[in-house]
Design a protein around this ligand. Structure first.
Ligand SMILES: [Zn+2]
Length: 343
C-alpha cells in the first residue's frame, strides 16, 4: 500500500459496504504468477523474484557499506583489533533482528507501538481475520501502530504488521469499514505469506549506517542551502571550501583519472540499475500481496479501498525516475490487476 498520498480531506465520502462480498467469496486460487510479462521470464528468474533472497541481495552493497563504517569506527579506536571487534559485534547484532523477540525490540526502538487488534479495532476485525486465515496463522503475527500520515499498513520481518495512525483514525471515524481494514491486513499477510520479507528487519538493521549517512548528507545539504540563502559570508566561505576541495581532488585524481572516472561511472550505473531492479521486483511483490487478499475473498473490498484512496488522496505525478524505482505500482494498475484476478 502507500505511495505519495496526502492526508485525506475531511469532506471525503465514506466507503460504503460492498454487497457482493461475502455472497460470492472466490475459492483460494493459486495466485503465484502475477502478470503476463512475468510469464515470459525464465523459471529460475521467477523463483528468484518471488523468493525471499532478492531483497537482501540487492541490499548487499548498502550492508557492506554499513559493515565498513562500523569497522572504520572500531579502527579509529584500536586499529585492526578494533575494526575486527566492531565488525563481529555489528554482525552479531543482526542475529537479534532475525529472532521474534529481537524483531519486537528492534521495532519498538523504531517507534512501532505494539497493539492488540481487538483493543484498537474492536473484536470484528480480529474475528473476521481468524475466520479467513485461521487462528494459528493469526497468532503468528505481532501487530503495531505507527505514526504515519498514510492510509496504509506495513509488513516487516517474519512476524510484524504495523497499521498507521491515519488508517486507525479513518476506521474509528467510520470513514472506512471493517472489511477494508481486513483487506489491507490480508495484503500485508500476503507479504509474509511466502517469506518474501523475512529478512526485512535484518536488512533495515544492516543498512542503518547507510541510512544515517543519507540523513546526514540531506541535513548538511539543506543546512548549506539555508546558509547560502541567508548570508553573503556563507556564500564566500562555501565557495572557497568547494574550490579547495576540488583542487585537492584534482591532485589526487589526476594520476588515476581513467580509473577514477570508470569506477565512478560503473558504481553510479550500478546504483541506478539496482534501484530500478528493486522497484520492479517490489511492484510485482505488491501485486502478489494483493492477490493473496483476493484469494481470501477480499478482492472487491480491496478494490473499493484502493478506489477510495485514489479518489481522496492526491498522488504527486511521479518523475521518470520515481516511476522506475517506486516500490508500489500505481493504484490504477493494482485495481486493474485485482479486477483481472476476479474475472
Ligand atoms: Zn504491500
Amino acid at each position: 500500500m502507500g505511495g505519495h498520498s496526502h492526508v485525506l480531506d475531511d469532506p471525503a465520502p465514506r466507503l460504503e459496504r460492498l454487497s457482493e462480498r461475502g455472497s460470492s467469496r472466490p475459492s483460494i486460487m493459486d495466485l503465484t504468477m502475477p502478470s503476463s510479462s512475468r510469464r515470459r521470464a525464465s523459471q529460475a528468474w521467477d523463483a528468484f523474484s518471488q523468493g525471499r533472497w532478492w531483497r537482501p541481495l540487492l541490499a548487499l552493497p548498502k550492508a557492506l557499506y554499513g559493515l565498513a563504517v562500523m569497522a572504520g569506527v572500531g579502527a579509529f579506536y584500536a586499529q585492526w583489533v578494533g575494526a575486527s571487534i566492531a565488525a563481529v559485534l555489528w554482525l552479531a547484532g543482526s542475529l537479534i533482528a532475525l529472532a521474534r523477540p529481537g524483531e519486537r525490540w528492534f521495532l519498538e526502538m523504531s517507534k512501532w507501538r505494539p497493539i492488540q487488534l481487538e483493543t484498537e479495532f474492536g473484536t470484528g476485525v480480529r474475528d473476521e481475520l481468524e475466520a479467513v486465515v485461521g487462528k494459528p496463522q493469526l497468532t503468528a503475527y505481532d501487530f503495531y501502530v505507527i505514526d504515519l500520515d498514510l492510509p496504509t499498513a506495513l509488513a516487516v520481518g517474519g512476524h510484524s504488521i504495523g497499521v498507521t495512525t491515519l488508517l486507525l483514525d479513518l476506521y474509528r471515524n467510520d470513514r472506512i469499514l471493517q472489511e477494508h481494514v481486513v483487506a489491507v491486513l490480508l495484503h500485508e499477510m500476503g507479504h509474509h505469506h511466502r517469506g518474501s520479507i523475512r529478512f526485512a528487519a535484518l536488512e533495515t538493521y544492516l543498512v542503518l549506517p547507510w541510512t544515517w549517512t543519507r540523513i546526514l548528507i540531506k541535513a548538511l545539504t539543506a543546512g548549506a542551502a539555508e546558509a547560502l540563502r541567508s548570508s553573503v559570508v556563507a556564500v564566500v566561505f562555501l565557495g572557497l571550501a568547494l574550490t579547495l576541495a576540488l583542487q585537492v581532488l584534482q591532485v589526487l585524481v589526476r594520476p588515476h583519472l581513467v580509473l577514477v572516472v570508470t569506477t565512478a561511472t560503473v558504481s553510479a550505473s550500478a546504483v541506478l540499475l539496482l534501484a530500478a531492479l528493486h522497484g520492479s521486483l517490489s511492484r510485482a511483490e505488491e501485486l502478489r500481496a494483493d492477490a493473496f487478499a483476493a484469494a481470501h475473498g477480499y478482492g472487491p473490498s480491496l478494490i473499493a479501498y484502493l478506489q477510495w484512496i485514489d479518489h481522496n488522496a492526491q498522488e504527486t505525478p511521479p518523475s521518470w525516475w520515481s516511476r522506475l524505482a517506486r516500490s508500489h505500482p500505481p493504484i490504477g494498475e493494482r485495481i486493474t490487476h485485482l479486477e483481472q484476478l476476479l474475472g
